[in-house]
Design a protein around this ligand. Sequence first.
Ligand code: NAP
Length: 278
Amino acid sequence: MGIIMSGKEIANEIKEEIKSYVNTTKKTLNKSPKIVSILVGNDGGSIYYQNFQQRLAEQLNIDFEKIILNETILEEDLISLIKKLNFDKNIDGIILLLPLPKHINEKIITNIISVEKDIDCLSEASVGRFYKGEKSFLPCTPNSVITLLKAYKVPLEGANVVIVGRSNIVGKPLFQMFLNENSTVTICHSKTKNLKKITQTADILVLAIGKPKFIDGEYIKEGAVIIDVGTSNVNGKITGDVDFEDVIEKAAMVTPVPGGVGALTTTLLFKNACEGLK
Ligand code: NAP
């Protein structure tokens, strides 16, 4: 029976580190890190997420400004606002909630966010720096995966890692982050042949597919570490890509859904704002 890797517990430890950092900067510099979160329109998921961010900021004593803009805002007005925030020395991080309304070009807008404040790693400049190994903030979901593995002391160097899913927000950046850790990485997708044969070779198997309970015990090697990034809504319940009950019998460690990878992402986003570019 494998160990359940608790993203919640690791998030709580990181929250304590952030709180102590914020208290120190308050005492020494008389300033808290400040994050601005921009929501355009009234997408339900984004409203929920922005409120969640606000509660987390309160918990961590981080200054947080919520900007909510009418969905009819002109693209040029949004550009002006972001440029103003870029130049505001009191702001450490800018979060732009996606999706944007259809009349606004997401690529143009995300590229306006300055690299120094792009804590969600959205702009092409940030992404380019990330892949070139230059200073950039780390994308939060892949960073959650690596942070969890390190917290549970899973050896990454030389490990055979298989990632299923090749999206720009999860699979591809994660491939790069595992390479940076000297793992040997294979990435699979919907056109991969003999998927099961490949996943069975993994010391660490990461699933980012979006297909509830797609991976059962047959897909894994005895003693493997299984990271489930998937979150699908099944009858109102958040469900991962892994058949948890089946897999935990055979795996060494498994992340739960919810309470695994997803429990860490916003905390790491806020940690980015505290640390600045390194
Ligand atoms: P996505 O853009 O839809 O990508 C899904 C990937 O899975 C694609 O590369 C696709 O292959 C691959 N795939 C689909 N069916 C497959 C199959 N039968 N066999 C092998 N590969 C298959 O999704 P995403 O944005 O990366 O998100 C993936 C999941 O993670 C979703 O459930 C999402 O909600 C969740 N997620 C969670 C967090 C979190 O914080 N926990 C953050 C982000 C995303 P092709 O490229 O060939 O189409």
